[in-house]
Design a protein around this ligand. Structure first.
Ligand SMILES: O=P(O)(O)OC[C@H]1O[C@H](O)[C@H](O)[C@@H](O)[C@@H]1O
Length: 545
């Protein structure tokens, strides 16, 4: 309660909420097929009035961003993902032309691939797509593929989204004999991300084993002049598509990053763009009750106190939306998880996101949501259309279908959570189609931007992610020294301390980790000898003869 008093306009937590509150706050936009219920967030009656000046300021900042202001001052960049689906809003004619031309080129390239006008080296046609990318260069295409993909798609899609060799092998095994008919889409905005580069090199080796070249089977989506762009030119890739510096990785699904894989699958990118465009039009409204992105941002603010006090649990009751929480994890947490605010004050902001799907999660962790730690708010996503009408109706109980059960479980859990004072938001959409996917992406992109303005942070940079990459490089540099030290020992087994000393490393723990990993992979040629009854720290290491 103390915490609640610090948040403007917090209300009590009644076990049963009056219908009036639901009716008064329910957002519905028939043209989008979108409903949004925030009534089960515990804002009090004065909340929206209190927050009005702040949300208007956030909406004004968003309008300036869309107009081309430098909305990411730390990187001196504009933030233009909204132009991707409304090119006429781009602040310069050249940008507009670049977007329009790229979208047209994506459609014609996909058509050429489907018609086998663009063909692989030996096979008759490309039948599969393999996306190589990570983070914002994979999560969007993965979400879209899982939301909209069917076995009847023009091309089946696969992903390398890590530098895990076993994961790469598993994907290659799934592709099997079709590798020669697989079109690789290498995606990296920066063009220098190591995981993606490694995946590409592994793929190049796999094509080579078949006597094929990567270039004849690959396209790149990357920034002009990047390392990947140069590699693609040098290796004669089939095509290159641009990734602009004014599109952030986590908001790039509706750029070539997401549109190219979707078009190759045969999904309607025109509808996806249209859904996002129409949602943008609705979410530009300055009238808060008519603006679902503003309502979402304010609901998050109320639930979290504007300081991330509560986690966002995503519970879409639809298998096709299972990856939405993973997609939102990056969009929300990379945008909002910041140490400093825009004034440089230490604030440690963020909202943690997790979730998979209902009702599956009801049989996993919902127990804690109902009875345990009250550190979250749920976002239920309901999809009104149960299944394609052509599939008919099967009653599993008299008058009851599997879809009725799914909806019953959603309503039941929503009710049960309210009864134990737990907050929730419910988003309801008509169906999961390309337009709805575009809508969901656009809705959350804007809600995240508005929330960031409300709490005074820059949503468009990610200063924190570099630290881990830098430290990883240091480990790899040290590994080279460790191997050199073993090589120079003339076959004599060295203790951990001796290796560290010979490698010039003060950080003995890192040397231990490196040696343990190398020794676990015999093909790397490092032998670990642990004396009988000795501890792991008594081990000696040498190169295999
Ligand atoms: O597209 P890339 O440049 O390869 O970047 C892929 C990802 O890597 C980085 O770590 C960033 O934090 C992400 O925002 C980005 O989406």
């Amino acid at each position: 309660m103390d915490q609640d008093r610090r948040t403007p306009g917090r209300g009590p937590a009644p076990a049963v909420l009056p219908f009036d509150r639901f009716r008064d706050h329910l957002f519905h936009e028939p043209s989008l097929g979108l409903w949004l219920d925030v009534s089960r967030i515990r804002f009090g009656s004065d909340f929206f009035t209190t927050m009005e000046p702040r949300i208007q300021a956030a909406l004004a900042e968003m309008a300036a961003l869309e107009g081309g202001s430098i909305a990411n001052p730390d990187e001196g960049r504009r933030v233009g993902h909204y132009w991707l689906r409304a090119p006429e809003l781009a602040p310069e004619a050249a940008l507009r032309a670049a977007i329009e031309e790229t979208n047209a080129r994506i459609l014609s390239f996909a058509a050429d691939v489907h018609a086998a006008r663009v063909r692989p080296e030996r096979a008759a046609r490309f039948s599969r797509v393999l996306v190589v990318g990570i983070g914002g260069s994979a999560l969007g295409p993965q979400f879209v593929a899982s939301a909209l993909g069917t076995p009847a798609d023009r091309m089946q899609i696969h992903f390398f989204d890590n530098t895990d060799p076993d994961g790469i092998d598993r994907t290659l095994d799934a592709i099997g004999d079709d590798l020669g008919a697989t079109l690789a889409v290498i995606i990296s905005k920066s063009g220098g991300t190591k995981e993606t580069r490694n995946g590409m090199l592994e793929l190049e080796a796999a094509y080579r084993r078949l006597g094929l070249s990567l270039g004849a089977h690959a396209v790149a989506v990357t920034g002009e002049g990047s390392e990947l762009d140069r590699f693609a030119t040098k290796h004669g890739f089939l095509a290159r598509f641009p990734m602009w510096d004014w599109v952030g990785g986590r908001t790039s699904e509706l750029s070539a990053v997401g549109l190219l894989p979707a078009a190759l699958q045969g999904l309607s990118i025109v509808e996806m763009l249209q859904g996002a465009r129409e949602t943008d039009e609705v979410t530009r409204s300055k009238e808060v009750p008519r603006n679902p992105a503003a309502l979402l941002a304010l609901a998050w603010y109320s639930a979290t106190g504007g300081v991330g006090r509560k986690d966002m649990v995503l519970l879409p009751y639809k298998d096709r939306l299972e990856l939405f929480s993973r997609y939102l994890q990056q969009l929300v947490m990379e945008s909002l998880g910041k140490r400093l605010d825009r004034q440089g004050k230490e604030v440690f902001q963020g909202i943690a996101v997790y979730g998979n799907k209902g009702s599956t999660d009801q049989h996993a962790y919902v127990q804690q949501l109902r009875d345990g730690l009250d550190n979250f708010f749920v976002t239920f996503i309901e999809v009104l259309r149960d299944r394609a009408p052509s599939r008919g109706v099967l009653e599993v109980d008299p008058g009851v279908t599997t879809g009725d059960y799914l909806d019953g479980f959603l309503q039941g859990t929503r009710k049960a959570l309210t009864e134990s004072g737990r907050e929730s938001i419910t988003l309801t959409i008509d169906t999961v189609d390309a337009r709805a996917v575009g809508m969901l992406i656009a809705l959350y992109e804007r809600a995240v931007g508005l929330y960031a303005s409300l709490v005074g942070i820059n949503a468009y940079h990610q200063p924190g992610v570099e630290a881990g990459k830098k430290a990883a490089q240091e480990v790899l540099d040290l590994q080279a020294k460790v191997l050199a030290a073993l090589g120079a020992s003339a076959g004599r087994a060295l203790s951990l301390a001796e290796v560290a000393k010979a490698a010039g490393a003060d950080d003995v723990e890192t040397v231990f980790w490196i040696l343990r990993h190398l020794a676990a992979n015999p093909e790397r040629g490092v032998v670990r000898e642990v004396p009988q009854g000795g501890s792991p720290f008594d081990a000696k290491y040498r190169l295999a003869r």
